[in-house]
Design a protein around this ligand. Structure first.
Ligand SMILES: CC(=O)SCCNC(=O)CCNC(=O)[C@H](O)C(C)(C)COP(=O)(O)OP(=O)(O)OC[C@H]1O[C@@H](n2cnc3c(N)ncnc32)[C@H](O)[C@@H]1OP(=O)(O)O
Ligand SMILES: O=C([O-])CC(=O)C(=O)O
Length: 385
């Protein structure tokens, strides 16, 4: 290896470009979307307004918000072609594969697929944002039905979050549940150059189309070191055992013992640690409050016991803090989603950030193509040639 070449494995610490979309500040454990602190947005804004902010740089005026709500409501229905293709997949396949396939298909069906003008990109982003809930809700329903079933049609009188839950469960959900869901969408929406967003930017940088970039981003999000961690957190809870009859203290003690054992075996425990934040993920306190509301609403204190036990033991042993996926996983579980559906919910939120980055990349493009240092065999020759 060339002694002067510095290789930053995993691009750790490398600043790859500028972005005006969000600022992750690990020193102050803070996160801004277009300058606004995310806890302020989570406390006050509909998810539709946050999407508008990420795409345009500004919160919508009343008139703009009304137009955004109308647009989202008019593109919610599950396209019959998408249902047919989803129905051709076995219900044993991972829901991330179904949603990735549906997005790829939506690209093929989109009238503006090959138009990369700013106007067309914005329209495609808005359409995908509106189309994804029906895809994800239908995937949950067909898994529960064990095969093709009837989707629950969207309701124009309901906002994004309430309608998402309606299409998933076919019943209106309590305000506490809808609110926790909305908060999770706002928190999951955007996070600078994370692996899936960077994937979308790499694909865009070749002048490929928006749906291809999103399809690739979904592939990157699926892994358990990234978005797949919210699912993995629930597998940990399941492995420890969720016992509704147990007290919070009993659950905490069992979780602590499980974590001590896992760390003694040098296991990586999903939902903890972060590439950028080293003193705690800025979004966790807001998501934890939403989780606490859910726990109180459904009366399941033992889930909080498991949560606290793992967190405390990890902190005491290694000082590693939870990331957003840690409170999000149990929150989605308590809402009634299947565990494998948690990362698709992340897609529904992150479509806003991904598409904002796709537009930003396209507006100031340079092909993303780093170098590598060769460490294979020295030059050699095929015998006889
Ligand atoms: C929304 C999101 O995508 S947030 C991220 C979700 N991902 C997860 O929750 C997966 C679990 N966490 C991890 O694997 C890591 O913390 C990552 C991949 C997120 C960040 O990792 P990196 O910045 O590359 O740090 P790295 O993995 O090198 O960890 C540094 C040290 O902390 C330890 N560590 C980090 N995370 C964990 C964890 N979750 N469990 C146990 N140990 C951990 C590593 O073992 C390593 O220890 P060592 O120095 O003794 O070898
Ligand atoms: O920033 C990251 O590396 C991962 C993350 O938290 C996110 O994408 O929300």
């Amino acid at each position: 290896m060339n002694e002067t070449t510095e290789i930053r494995k995993g691009l750790n610490g490398v600043v790859a470009d500028v972005t005006a979309i969000s600022k992750v500040n690990p020193e102050t454990n803070s996160l801004l979307y277009r300058g606004y602190p995310v806890p302020e947005l989570a406390a006050s804004q509909p998810f539709e307004a946050v999407a508008h902010l990420l795409w345009t740089g500004e919160l919508p005026t009343t008139v703009e918000l009304e137009a955004a709500l109308r647009h989202e409501r008019s593109h919610r229905a599950l396209a019959p072609e998408v249902k047919t293709v989803m129905d051709s997949l076995p219900t044993s396949c991972h829901p991330m594969d179904s949603v990735r396939t549906a997005v790829s298909l939506l690209g093929g069906l989109d009238p503006d697929a090959e138009d990369s003008s700013p106007e067309a990109e914005r329209e495609k982003a808005r359409r995908l944002f509106a189309q994804l809930p029906a895809v994800i809700a239908y995937e949950q329903r067909r898994r529960r039905a064990g095969g093709p079933t009837d989707p629950v049609p969207p309701r124009e009188d309901l906002d994004y979050s309430r309608n998402f839950l309606w299409m998933t469960f076919g019943e209106e959900q309590a305000d506490e549940i809808v609110e926790a869901f909305r908060v999770s969408m706002v928190l999951y929406a955007e996070h600078s150059f994370n692996a899936s967003t960077f994937t979308a930017r790499v694909i865009t940088s070749t002048l490929s189309d928006l749906h291809s970039a999103v399809t690739g981003a979904i592939g990157a999000l699926k892994g358990s070191l990234h978005g797949g961690a919210n699912e993995a957190v629930m597998h940990t809870f399941d492995e420890i055992g969720i016992r509704p009859e147990e007290s919070q203290d009993e659950a905490r003690a069992r979780a602590k013992a499980w974590m001590d054992d896992a760390l003694a075996q040098k296991k990586k425990v999903m939902g903890f640690g972060h590439r950028v934040y080293k003193h705690g993920d800025s979004r966790v306190p807001t998501m934890k409050t939403a989780m606490d509301t859910m726990i109180e609403h459904v009366g399941r204190p033992e889930v909080l016991g498991l949560y606290d036990g793992l967190e405390q033991s990890m902190d005491e042993a290694k000082g590693i803090k939870p990331n957003l996926d840690y409170p999000a996983g149990p929150t989605y579980h308590l809402m009634g989603f299947d565990t494998e559906m948690f990362t698709p919910l992340f897609i529904a939120a992150r479509i806003t950030g991904w598409t904002a980055h796709i537009m930003e990349q396209r507006a100031a493009n340079s092909l993303i193509r780093p170098l590598s240092e060769y460490d294979g065999p020295d030059e050699r020759h095929v015998p006889g040639v």
